[in-house]
Design a protein around this ligand. Structure first.
Ligand code: SDX
Length: 426
């Protein structure tokens, strides 16, 4: 809704630009007319750019607020479950009990993968990084569902979304099983979403796997807390890929690739590797000094955030789960001791307060996942599993909007001016 105007004075010209306001958050200056007036905006890293209109998730970085369809993340994490959040994100509203039961049944009945997908894994080295396998196999899924790839059909978009939400746990668990050389475990319809994932990860033919309710709850909470996060790097990647009409599996594979980076979803894996490098509590000050040293590229992984400059609301809830799981599992892993001491020091050090560097969601999720017994190189796969609903909900929202166009940013060109080409003597 435009209710104000920004005036851009350029030389003796004035360019009027509408200011649009949403339900909450920063108003935006609508610069779409600038191209026709001979100017582009310049915003590398999109620090001050609104790329789209969305009603899925709202973040207030200064106040540490995260809402999914208006519901605060801490209330959802405490009182709902991941499939209920999936329904909200994808279908736009909290489900009634009947809608929840139907949605849960739909997802449950899509958890099996085509048997031939197993063959893809045998093309990977058995020590392949799980994210490499996930990237490849998610993209390959489009070769199994030719009949439902019309991105202009709402029904087909939703069917693809249900398939992806349902099959990602199966695929992620297969990446783990392939790494450890154990047989793939089929999904079970009698288990919860999180329980089914834990069973596919840890059960072996030789004995029954007992699911700990605390671990099952912590896993479901990790899924909720990573489900969506507005226009972050991987979600923006999925939107840009989807704007060309690429099929949903290809778009999600692009999101997996973008999430892999250590500055983004790879941070929980990088955080555990950092804790392993620190090794013991007495070495923490050395690494704190390195994090402050401008000439050292070292950063405290799991700390800081591009948007939250106060606290990450997800981290608050994740921290509770972290301490619950550690208490129940009665672990005395030195790594977890280092993590808790690093958290204490960082939260009390004025440097980190001044730079607004606090433990983010990835700091605590990494600790819980390690406590559950999930290997570090699987952490980002679990983040991708959880974020798939956010990615596919944004993809679906974008394609539902009228007048949707292919994304095509421009640039500030600083290369050579036009010059004559002289062919070389061959
Ligand atoms: C996720 O976008 C999302 O929403 C992402 C995510 C999601 O759910 O999708 O929330 C998930 O990606 C969480 C973030 C996980 N990444 C990490 O934990 C990696 C470590 N964190 C940093 O790489 C960094 O904090 C970022 C990338 C997360 C944010 O960087 P910014 O906001 O762009 O800030 P910056 O890099 O410009 O740093 C600002 C200052 C710098 O110092 P100065 O140059 O101003 O002197 O803070 C310093 C940085 O050097 N700094 C750090 C630091 N992070 C920033 N110093 C030490 N350790 C760090 N972790």
């Amino acid at each position: 809704m435009a209710n104000d105007i920004a005036i851009l004075k350029v030389g003796d010209k004035e360019i009027e630009l509408p200011i649009l306001t949403g339900t909450a958050g920063h108003p935006v200056i609508d610069v779409r007319a600038l191209g026709g007036k001979g100017y582009f905006t310049f915003d590398p890293g999109f620090m001050a750019t609104g790329s789209c209109e969305s009603s899925i998730t709202f973040i207030d970085g200064a106040k540490g607020v995260l809402l999914h369809r208006g519901y605060p993340i801490d209330e959802l994490a405490r009182d709902s479950d991941y499939l209920e959040v999936c329904h909200m994100l994808l279908h736009g509203h909290a489900p009634t009990t009947e809608e929840y039961i139907q949605f849960k049944d739909t997802i449950t009945r899509h958890t099996l993968l085509h048997e031939q997908i197993n063959m893809f894994f045998h093309g990977f080295r058995n020590d392949a990084h799980p994210m490499a396998m996930l990237c490849g196999t998610v993209g390959a899924m489009s070769s199994f569902y030719h009949s439902d790839l019309d991105v202009n059909s709402e029904d087909q978009r939703l069917r693809s979304a249900h398939r992806l939400i349902a099959k990602m746990p199966t695929l992620v668990a297969m990446c783990y099983k392939y790494n450890v050389g154990q047989p793939f475990v089929y999904p079970r319809n009698d288990l919860s979403y999180a329980g089914n994932f834990l069973n596919m990860m840890f059960s072996v033919p030789a004995e029954e796997y007992k699911i700990s309710p605390t671990v099952e709850r912590a896993m479901d909470r990790i899924f909720i807390l990573h489900a969506d996060h507005e226009q972050n790097a991987s979600t923006s990647t999925v939107r840009l890929a989807g704007s060309s009409g690429a099929n949903p599996y290809a778009c999600i594979a692009a999101g997996v690739a973008s999430l892999w980076g250590p500055a983004h979803g790879g941070a929980n894996e990088a955080c555990l590797e950092m804790l392993e490098e620190i090794g013991t509590v007495d070495r923490i000050p050395e690494f704190i000094d390195r994090a402050k040293d401008k000439d050292d590229s070292f950063r405290l992984m799991g700390f800081g955030h591009r948007v939250y400059k106060n606290h990450d609301p997800r981290a608050t809830v994740m921290r509770e789960s972290c301490h619950e799981v550690l208490a129940e599992l009665k672990l005395n892993d030195p790594l977890l001791e280092v993590a808790m001491e690093l958290e204490r020091i960082a939260l009390s050090d004025p440097y980190f307060a001044e730079k607004k560097l606090f433990p983010n969601v990835d700091f605590y999720s990494g600790i819980i996942l390690k406590a559950i017994g999930i290997p570090t190189n699987m952490f980002t796969c679990i983040f991708a599993l959880s974020r798939t609903v956010g990615w596919i909900s944004h993809w679906h929202e974008m394609l539902s909007q009228p007048g949707q166009k292919i994304g095509r940013p421009r640039q500030l060109y600083t290369g050579e001016g036009q010059r004559k080409y002289t062919p070389i003597k061959r």
